[in-house]
Design a protein around this ligand. Structure first.
Ligand code: AKB
Length: 311
């Protein structure tokens, strides 16, 4: 019986991942932890209010629940981190090191996401290889690159079962917070509410994207894969499709023909997005653990509208 601790459990990925993990492994097997207070009802499953930078507290919770896996999602995203770089370093790096140390001490399986932010201007933009130049220009990207190296280090030095994914922009009906790719969520809500959206990225800024069900399946599939099959312990490139604001507008207009997209460029987020790749090469993830996304931009758009209306 698995016992999984998920940090950052109230975030964009965490809240939906916890739900899916509980469906698979049972409600009491998945311990949700977050620095924020949960609005979830007690009966929805175990929840711990926890700060990942407090190592003793983090460790006590992992031990109390006798977990065998940590899925460490807690982090400050790219755009927000540029305003509070030192706090971002503390949350993203001290939090990660605490998680790795607890996993080492307790001999746990450990997952943490990296991101397309781990790349920079000198990385090949098209078909970005699994193994390539990583010179990120943001605090979040530096944290992600260092995190990848740490996961590799703990695997090689201690034989720990570390696993990771380089996430693209994640699209979901629930809210992201503080990311450069957040527009890809906001645009759908705005399309339904107002029939219009003002993009803070230029119309041609192409980035890798993924709809949340594919992201959740990818985490679970990677975690379920036989350890011997995995050659990359830092993080795997994954992506479902590459799209720019103008591509989202085109997809949205198939459902809302009068949808209007205009632009008011945010120089900070534009600079970040310009430093990231256009499209990752996901061959290693496909070959080593069978990564196979189901949602392209059209299917994502259809399902996003359905989910938002349901809400
Ligand atoms: C962000 O925009 O910061 C995140 C990411 C790509 O890691 N969504």
């Amino acid at each position: 019986m698995k016992r999984i601790l998920v940090t950052g459990a109230l975030g964009q990925i965490g809240s939906l991942l916890v739900e899916q993990l509980r469906t698979i492994y049972g409600i009491s097997s998945v311990i949700a932890a977050d620095i924020r207070n949960s609005l979830m009802a007690q009966e929805e499953g175990p929840f711990e209010k926890m700060d990942v930078t407090e190592g003793k507290e983090f460790s006590a919770i992992a031990k109390r629940h006798n977990v065998d896996t940590i899925i460490h999602l807690a982090s400050i995203l790219s755009a927000k981190a540029e305003f509070i770089p030192l706090e971002a370093w503390r949350t993203n790096m001290t939090g990660l090191l605490n998680g790795l140390e607890i996993a080492r001490e307790m001999d746990l399986q450990f997952f943490t996401p990296s991101s397309i932010a781990a790349f920079g201007h000198s990385t090949p933009k098209e078909n970005t290889p699994q193994l390539t130049i990583q010179r990120p220009i943001t605090m979040y990207g530096i944290n992600k690159t260092a995190g990848e190296l740490l996961c590799d280090y703990y695997f090689k030095k201690y034989g720990m079962d570390t696993r990771g994914i380089r996430f693209p922009g994640i699209i979901s009906h629930n809210e992201p917070g503080g990311g450069t790719t957040d527009y890809a969520v906001e645009i759908y809500h705005a399309a339904l509410e107002r029939g219009a959206y003002t993009s803070y990225l230029k119309k041609d800024t192409t980035l890798d994207m993924m709809y949340i069900p594919d992201a959740l399946d990818a985490i679970i599939q990677l975690m379920e894969t036989d350890s011997n099959k995995l050659k990359n312990r830092n993080a795997y490139n994954i992506s479902s499709f590459a799209a720019a604001p103008k591509d989202f507008a085109q997809a949205i207009r198939k459902h809302i023909p009068h949808f209007q997209l205009d632009y008011k460029i945010d120089p900070i987020r534009q600079k970040i997005a310009d430093s990231w790749p256009n499209q990752l090469d996901c061959t290693a993830a496909k070959r080593e653990w069978g990564f196979q996304p189901k949602f392209d931009l059209e299917k994502t758009t259809e399902d996003m509208f359905r989910k938002i209306k349901e809400k």
